[in-house]
Ligand binder design. Sequence first.
Ligand code: ARG
Length: 484
Amino acid sequence: MSDTGAPESALWGGWLTGGDSLLEEVNASVRFDRRLAFQDIDGSVAHALMLGETGVISPADAETISGGLEKVRAEIAAGTFVFDPALEDVHMNIESRLRELIGPVAGHLHTGRSRNDQVAVDTRLWVRDAIDRLDGLLGAAIDVLAERAETHHADVMPGFTHLQCAQPVTIGHHLLAYGEMFLRDRDRLRDARRRLAESPLGAAALAGTGYPIDPVSTARRLGFDTITRNSLDAVSDRDFILDYLSAGATLAVHVSRLGEELVLWSTPQFGFITLPEDLCAGSSIMPQKRNPDLPELMRAKSGRIFGNLMALLTVMKGLPLAYSRDMQEDKEALFDSADQLELIVRSAAAMLRGITFVPERTRFAAELGNAVATDLADWLVTDRGLPFRESHSVVGGLVKWLQVQGKELRHATAEELASYDARLAGMPAEVLTVDHAVRRRRSPGGTAPELVRAAAAELRRRNAALLPSAPSASPLSSRPDQGV
Ligand code: ARG
């Protein structure tokens, strides 16, 4: 029995009896929302101290409450806290334990607050931490890309369009393309972080509260920039999760494309890379197999990451203001995406660090498929004064003529070229080499080795300039995530 005489399990103060186990099965969220435990304690400590400061409760009670909450935190950190589904969610579990520890004074904590603004603030804090973790992992992956790009700045590989041989590029250039994607991902995450930095505490159930609270003080304690402007919006907004999930979905597209390329490149038919043995799985029947399971999962995890975004969009659409229980369904999608995103970015970094490029193979592949045809057409423009459309058609005809003889441009002798078209007489043999092709592409962002080397250094610099998103985490505590 509680101090009011109501049974302890009657979370709503004795008005409802509850008790059907189906309700608990569907309704109880503590199985997953316990991951908000540290954020919940941070929010409650900030709220209690503010109540004490403003005189809504006595400063002594505020101290007792925050001291008790720290004890609860220690129990959770030590793994001795027992979460009880009968107490529905993480918020009620913590408050109930607080009451066990400090007695009836715990009942003052929920003054001027509701679980609606409580869960909103907890989740914002959690997403902020998730953003910081993911941002850090991305920063590390970008550094690996920059380093590998620097090493392979002059190694030639085929560049594809339509997965057909297009023009030679350098391995470094190809890797740096992913660097740009990941840098944009970091930027999107920081953008989401900036927008979520509003504290909803004080919105209470939906309409605000009559107590003379100071939400700016709680906001400051929790490391937020400001407070929400509308109490209805404060408790019904989950945009900050959607922002994170959607930035994550775009990131998952990038990781998935990288995964696909690693799968492709590691086949004997491509042979561009060898995979690190410690990150490969074998086959139970085929002794020769070295399977790219990690890149395959980097590719596949995008499915559920997109699904989680779609799930939350669907939950939120059409919900009337303000809070509805539907919104409790935000968390599993959020937690799952955060876990999977962290896994795939770590996998990407580990694979990029572990693969070995085979430059002889990539160079050989770059020489296939008349990939220097554009360079020849360009030479006819710059050295023979042809309009590009005409040189395009000359080289196109030449490629076809050679193909009939089972040859490519690289096989053509000077005599054959001159006999096909007199304007090709005197063409330096170098024009048909892949090194020449990459060297001459010096337009900004182009594949020329010296540009790639500079771009790798520049990427490292731009990555470092995106500092960990300062005015950082809650000044209250460090919060390792509570795994489920
Ligand atoms: N567990 C709930 C959630 O995650 C907390 C808010 C409950 N509020 C309420 N009025 N029932 O959404």
